[in-house]
Design a protein around this ligand. Structure first.
Ligand code: ASP
Length: 345
């Protein structure tokens, strides 16, 4: 029996777990249970590491809600036995997945850190080692016997972010993620410096850890652009079974004022579809009513997504729809920070 933190490493797939076959030059998945052989440095960390790997690791482009549930199940089953968790996924959809997991885990009191890499772990210039080693260090960091991070984070290229605030911003650079509307939770330089004031720490210490697994995927993203036609808007809003829409608007939440556009949205809302207004801008917030081009949206009952990212809005929409709330409660909860995903002024 040691007092070392116990960390569970969950490998779902992605570039990080690949090695190059030097003969064919092709990337192929390796048996992740042999991770310690690939990165002997892991032995030097002051923690015990166990690994669980998907039987068939996936490219994160194939990520979906049933895989979210699989990750959540692993976290739930192992929650009492580990001090922290590191989840490895491909970076392409990591912001969507980690945002969804953040909503699925209620009253989380332990670190769940997502990471991956741009280059495979077996590549000479890989970013995988640093990302993995520091993520494990973050997941095992404690202060006064308590974990420092008690939320879902995403670590990439020397920065830990709140996962549900991130977007993938670069397909080439090692610095592949950013969190434009919320500062980094930690920076890794000579020291690992936590931004303590920005970390989530709920007052409800005694509340049970609950894993919510009912996500409703009957949603769509409607990204407007100058020239969008009535047919396109109509075809999205009339999808059978549609329950929620992320409306990606311009600037601070603005959209065309053409009567046909407003009427179609109004009709969808009357039919019980929840529409959430999120900006297409990289950073900043929706401010409904600031311009005439958003007052109509406010009047017809579109939900103000404030500074939430599209990735997080998609996840939150699936999560709240799964909870089958009344319209009034849906508005209330969407506009409020549930896991630190939105700024409440
Ligand atoms: N296509 C890969 C994936 O997202 C890229 C990566 O691993 O970063 O699974």
């Amino acid at each position: 029996m040691t007092n070392k933190p116990k960390i569970l490493l969950i490998y779902t797939g992605g570039t990080i777990g690949m090695v190059k076959d030097y003969e064919s030059q092709a990337l192929k998945a390796f048996n992740f249970n042999q991770i310690i052989e690939k990165i002997p440095e892991l032995k030097q960390l002051n923690c015990e590491i166990e690994t669980i790997s998907f039987d068939e690791p996936i490219d994160s482009s194939n990520m979906n809600v049933s895989y979210y549930v699989r990750i959540a199940d692993i976290l739930e089953q192992n929650y009492p036995d580990f001090d922290g968790f590191v989840v490895l996924t491909g970076s392409d959809t990591m912001s969507y997945t980690s945002s969804a997991i953040s909503f699925m885990l209620e009253n989380l009191r332990k670190p769940v850190i997502f990471t991956g890499s741009q280059l495979p772990i077996g590549d000479l210039r890989t970013d995988a080692k640093e990302n993995l080693i520091t993520s494990i260090e973050i997941a095992s960091s404690r202060k006064n016997g308590e974990p420092i991070v008690k939320e879902v984070g995403l670590y990439f290229e020397y920065k830990l972010y709140r996962a549900n605030r991130t977007s993938k911003i670069n397909a080439e650079q090692f610095e592949a993620f950013d969190s434009p509307n919320y500062p980094a939770l930690a920076k890794s330089g000579v020291h690992l410096a936590f931004n303590n004031k920005r970390l989530l720490d709920s007052e409800d210490h005694g509340r049970d850890f609950i894993v919510r697994k009912r996500l409703d995927t009957n949603i769509a993203i409607l990204k407007i652009f100058p020239g969008i036609t009535e047919q396109v808007v109509e075809s999205i809003l009339s999808v059978k079974g549609l329950k929620g829409v992320v409306l990606e608007s311009y600037g601070s939440g603005n959209a065309p004022t053409y009567p046909w556009f407003i009427q179609k949205l109004e009709k969808a809302i009357a039919n019980g579809i929840h529409i959430v207004n999120v900006t297409q801008c990289y950073g900043g917030s929706v401010l409904m009513g600031h311009y005439e081009t958003s007052t109509q949206l406010k009047r017809i009952g579109i939900v103000d997504g404030k500074d939430i990212t599209t990735e997080s809005a998609v996840a939150k929409l699936m999560y709240l729809l799964g909870e089958e709330l009344e319209a009034e409660d849906f508005h209330k909860y969407f506009g409020k920070s549930l896991r630190g995903e939105i700024s409440e002024n």
